[in-house]
Design a protein around this ligand. Structure first.
Ligand SMILES: [Zn+2]
Length: 250
C-alpha cells in the first residue's frame, strides 16, 4: 500500500548500519514512524528532506510489519535558517517535542499542522521580522493545547461560568480560571493576574501570524509561561523537554 502525504520531520535517529528512523507529523495520517533505508549513505536521495524541521512531500509504503518505509521524499522547505540561530533552534526543537507529545498515529490534526508550519516559517525568518520569540512560543503552546483537546478555559469561571471578576486563580486540574466564589473547588489553584488572562484569551483568538506586532512585558510573559508549563505537565503528561533542558544549561 502506497501513501502519499506532506509532513514535518520531528525526529531523525540512526537505525542499523545505514538507515534512519524518522518520526514524521503528516497531514494525512498523523504522526508516524518510518524507516528511510540507506538514508545515511552519502548518495542517498532522501538526505535533503529528512532532517528535523524539514517540510517535505513523502511517499511511504507499508509492508507486513507495522512500520512505514520511505520510498520517496522531496523537500518543500527545509527551514535551514532555524539551525543557524541558537534561540530559534532551541525553541524550534521545543515545538517539535510538543507536537510529538500530543499527536498520535492515524489521527490527523490539520489545525495543528498549519500552526506548526506558520510558526516554523516565523522562526526561520526571525532576523527579518521584529517579533518576540517568547510571545510566539506562548501563542504556539496555548493553541497547541486548544487543538489537541485541552483548551484552557479562560474566558469565564470554569466552574460557574461567571465572567467579570477581578481576583482570579487558575486551576490546572479544572482546566481554567476560577472566580473568588469558586476558589474552594481547587485548593491548589494558582494566582493569575487579570492581564495574563487577557493575554491568554488574545493569543487563543488570534492567528499566530497576527501576533507578530504584539509586545508583551517580560513579567506577564513569565506568568503565562509558568501557568502553561504546569498545565502541559498535568494534561499532556510531559515533564521533560530535552530542548528546554539544553537552554537551562547555556
Ligand atoms: Zn465561579
Amino acid at each position: 500500500m502506497l501513501i502519499k502525504t506532506e509532513g514535518f520531520v520531528l525526529k531523525n535517529k540512526k537505525y542499523g548500519e545505514t538507515d534512519s528512523m524518522l518520526t514524521i507529523f503528516t497531514r494525512k495520517i498523523g504522526k508516524i514512524n518510518a524507516i528511510a533505508k540507506g538514508a545515511r549513505k552519502p548518495k542517498s536521495t532522501f538526505l535533503a528532506g529528512i532532517q528535523p524541521f524539514c517540510y517535505s512531500d513523502f511517499v511511504f509504503y507499508k509492508g507486513k510489519s507495522s512500520l512505514y518505509n520511505l520510498s520517496q521524499c522531496d523537500a518543500r522547505e527545509i527551514f535551514y535558517c532555524i539551525r543557524e540561530d541558537l534561540d530559534a533552534l532551541t525553541y524550534g526543537a521545543y515545538l517539535l517535542e510538543l507536537v510529538e507529545a500530543v499527536t498520535n498515529e492515524g489521527q490527523t490534526n490539520n489545525r495543528l499542522f498549519n500552526l506548526l508550519g506558520k510558526t516554523l516559517s516565523m522562526l526561520a525568518n526571525k532576523d527579518q521580522k521584529d517579533f518576540e520569540l517568547q510571545t510566539v512560543v506562548r501563542a504556539f503552546e496555548v493553541n497547541l493545547l486548544a487543538y489537541s483537546g485541552f483548551k484552557p478555559h479562560v474566558h469565564s469561571c470554569v466552574n460557574c461560568n461567571q465572567s467579570n471578576f477581578k481576583q482570579i486563580k487558575f486551576s490546572h486540574e479544572e482546566g481554567g480560571i476560577l472566580c473568588p466564589k469558586c476558589f474552594t473547588v481547587d485548593p491548589f489553584a494558582s494566582k493569575i493576574s487579570e492581564t495574563t488572562v487577557r493575554l491568554a484569551n488574545y493569543l487563543l483568538n488570534k492567528d499566530i501570524l497576527e501576533i507578530q506586532k504584539l509586545k508583551v512585558n517580560e513579567a506577564l510573559n513569565n506568568e503565562l509561561k509558568l501557568i502553561l508549563k504546569k498545565y502541559i505537565m498535568v494534561h499532556i503528561n510531559k515533564y521533560q523537554f530535552k530542548s528546554l533542558d539544553m537552554l537551562d544549561k547555556l
